[in-house]
Design a protein around this ligand. Sequence first.
Ligand SMILES: *[C@@H]1O[C@H](CO)[C@@H](O)[C@H](O)[C@H]1NC(C)=O
Length: 188
Amino acid sequence: MKFSSLFVFCLLKLLLFSPASLQDPPDILGVVGGSVILSCSYQERVLKPEEINVFWRYNENIIVYNIEKGIPSTKGQNGMFQQRIKSFRSEYPNGNFSLRLSNLKLTDKGQFSCSIPGVFTKHKVRLLVRAPPTTVPTTASTPVSDMRSSSIKDQADGIVTFLIAVFLFCTILEYFDCIAKLCFKLCL
Ligand SMILES: *[C@@H]1O[C@H](CO)[C@@H](O)[C@H](O)[C@H]1NC(C)=O
């Protein structure tokens, strides 16, 4: 079994396809206290005002923002987004239903989706929020260390995911190697 050479091959492969490219939805990177644009754009055709029903959700079912018949609504909006969401009403006629999420918090990390039922299937945006660069490097106050520990946790999550990916990838490669060898023997 030439597992070691396979392993090297795996590592090379994984270096070429960096872990970021394994993540499906696009990532937006925000910084605590800053803001990001969560984009949602429909350009196929111009929608009639009564067709402009846009539903923004966080992690599948938490209400972020709704646009009903072209009118923005914060009805049912989860408290975590209160006073932090802005849509661009003058952009609706251009099919631009993007939101600005401001005063970012680490807990905003997650998946935002925008859907326009009957018109546009779900569009997903993955948001990551990083702690701001430390301005006072010497004395770490409690909130700063909180941010650090949770960003270390994120990193640990990333590493675990990465290792699982390596393991699965190598297993699959080994399997194909087996099949190739078998075919080779049968052909001879
Ligand atoms: C939608 O509008 C926002 C706010 O003006 C802007 O930042 C964004 O680039 C627009 N997106 C598109 C696709 O035009």
